[in-house]
Structure formats: C-alpha cells, structure tokens
Design a protein around this ligand. Structure first.
Ligand SMILES: C[S@@+](CC[C@H](N)C(=O)[O-])C[C@H]1O[C@@H](n2cnc3c(N)ncnc32)[C@H](O)[C@@H]1O
Length: 297
C-alpha cells in the first residue's frame, strides 16, 4: 500500500523553500514530501532525509532517484538530527519538516503489529529490525508492572478502561506470554464492556496508539527532536510539524510559543493548518492532522 502524504502542498508551500536551501526531512518514510520538493526545485535544493525505518529509506531512495534529486539519507532517530548533519559535513538546515507518527505502509504491510485488524507479532517499532536494546510492545506487555501499563494506556491513549485492560494483560501473561496482536485484541475485548465494542472507534484503537507511542518513546523523541532541529536551523529558516494527535500537537504548540515569547522566532501559523474537506474524503488518515510552522529570527 502506498502512503498518501498529508497536507503536502500546504507544508511545502508554508516552508517557503528557495534555491540553495538545505531541506531536512526528519521523517522521510517513502519520500512523499521530499519528492514534492525535488519536483519543484530539482538539484537546486539539497535534501537530507532521516527515518528509523530501513525499508522506508529504500523506497525514498528509489523515488528521489527518479526525480534526479540531490539527496542524502540517514537511518536514525530525528532526536539525533544534529549528528546526522554533522556526519554529512553540513552545518545548518534552512527548512525542516516533521511529519509525525507512522505511514500507511508501516500500518498495513510491515508485519510489525501496528494494526489490530491483523494477527502479527507485537513489535510496533518504527525500526524494521529492532535489536535487543530496542523496546517492543511485547516487552512492555510481558514485563512491565500493571500500574505502569495502565498509566501509559491512559496517558498516551486516553483509554477510560486502562486499569481493567492492564489487569487483563497481567492475568493473561500469567498463563502464557502475550505474543500477537490477535491475543492483545482478545484481552482488550474481554476487559471492556460489550457496549464499548459497538462504538464507532474500534475498542482497541486507544490501547494500540498508546503502546506504539511508548515503544518508540515518541513523546520524548519529539521534544528532543524539536530542540535539536531548532539548534541546527539557520536564521530565517523555517520548521514545519504535522502532528496527528493532541499530545503531539500540544508539545509542538508549546515549543513554538516558547520560542516566540523569547522573541527568537515568529509563528507563521497562528492557528494550525488543517486538511481541506476534499483531502479528508480522499485520505481519511489526514483527518486529525495539524500543521504548525515557525520561522527563526
Ligand atoms: C507519516 S510518515 C512520513 C511520511 C512522509 N512524509 C511521506 O509523505 O511519504 C512518518 C515516518 O516517521 C518515522 N519516524 C517517526 N518517529 C521518528 C523518529 N523519532 N525519528 C526518525 N523517524 C521517525 C516513521 O518511521 C515513519 O516512516
């Protein structure tokens, strides 16, 4: 499944990219946004793409080669954006984009357990091949204590039945380790009341979101990533962030406000840009997206 880029024109227009810029795509995935930059500017803009997902980077490479773009790619976490630039011998970026969360390819085809509609191993890592030291959802479910599990399901998922679900997880793992998404869905189902299963939003949505955020340490990565990005942003440079849920958006909003308050930067978007009705109809995944843009003084 191909990923449809969200707020594509709005984000690239809003970054006001010009000839000679270094464009840092902190979440390049298959390269949708970077391809648009390459189409508009060809070799006149240096593209640098970061992603944790190795196979996504391969897709981005293919796409950017077709465009004959000038690009460099790094498999890394964007919380290390400064080191990535250093490695490439580049001092600053003029325009930086973060398009947060996961792509449709990862959700549908990665086999890493992002979707509750499939029966897959419970990894949910952005990295394609997590190592021993990488946290996976399987590890959280089978080793964390009940209270911590409940806290993340509530804190990052806003799940009302977080305590009951955490209790169900601990009871299930006492019988046998929890290995697959199918097993987790069953546990959530048994822990929540029947009317909850008939709601418009699937009863496993919030728990899955919370566990994915936790496994990838997404909140801390975002906070650190924004700081790092800002530290390598050139004067008059812009950074744009597309977020997909309120926790992310709040962090971006507060970070941007703090820079504005310190008179270091100007808010280009006083209110976030949201997708048009047409975009939401064409790509329902864009529904909850918000774009905020900041310019360094
Ligand atoms: C929504 S997709 C980006 C889609 C891309 N802009 C496009 O239009 O094709 C988000 C990507 O960000 C990556 N990602 C999420 N958090 C990251 C982090 N902290 N560091 C690096 N990559 C990250 C994910 O692996 C995923 O590939």
């Amino acid at each position: 499944m191909t990923h449809t880029s969200v707020l594509l024109q709005e984000s690239i227009d809003g970054l006001a990219i010009t000839v000679g810029d270094v464009f840092l795509d902190c979440t390049i995935n298959g390269g949708g946004h970077s391809e648009e930059v390459a189409k508009r500017f060809g070799q006149a803009v240096q593209i640098i793409g970061i992603d944790m997902d190795e196979s996504a980077l391969q897709r981005a490479e293919k796409r950017l080669l077709v465009q004959k773009a000038k690009f460099l790619l790094a498999q890394d976490n964007f919380r290390n954006a400064d080191k990535v630039l250093e490695k490439f011998g580049i001092q600053q970026a003029n325009k930086i984009l973060y398009d947060l969360g996961l792509s449709s390819n990862q959700f549908e085809d990665s086999g890493r357990g992002f979707s509750f509609q499939k029966d897959e191993p419970l990894l949910m890592t952005f990295k394609e091949k997590p190592t021993e030291s990488d946290l996976t959802v399987k590890e959280i479910l089978n080793n964390w204590d009940e209270e911590n599990i409940a806290d993340v399901i509530y804190g990052y998922g806003g799940e009302t039945f977080s305590r009951r679900i955490a209790k169900g997880i601990v009871e299930a793992r006492a019988v046998k380790p929890i290995e697959t998404t199918g097993e987790l869905v069953e546990i959530i189902k048994n822990a929540t009341p029947a009317p909850y299963h008939r709601r418009k939003i699937h009863f496993a949505t919030k728990t899955f979101q919370a566990l994915r955020i936790t496994a990838n340490d997404e909140i801390r990565a975002l906070k650190e990533g924004l700081e790092k990005g800002y530290s390598i942003l050139a004067p008059k440079g812009r950074m744009a962030v597309i977020s997909f849920h309120s926790i992310e958006d709040r962090i971006v909003k507060q970070f941007f406000k703090s820079k504005e308050k310190a008179e270091e930067a100007i808010l280009i978007t006083k209110k976030p840009i949201v997708p048009s009705r047409e975009e939401v109809v064409k790509n329902p995944r864009s529904r909850s997206s918000k774009l905020r843009i900041l310019e360094k003084r």
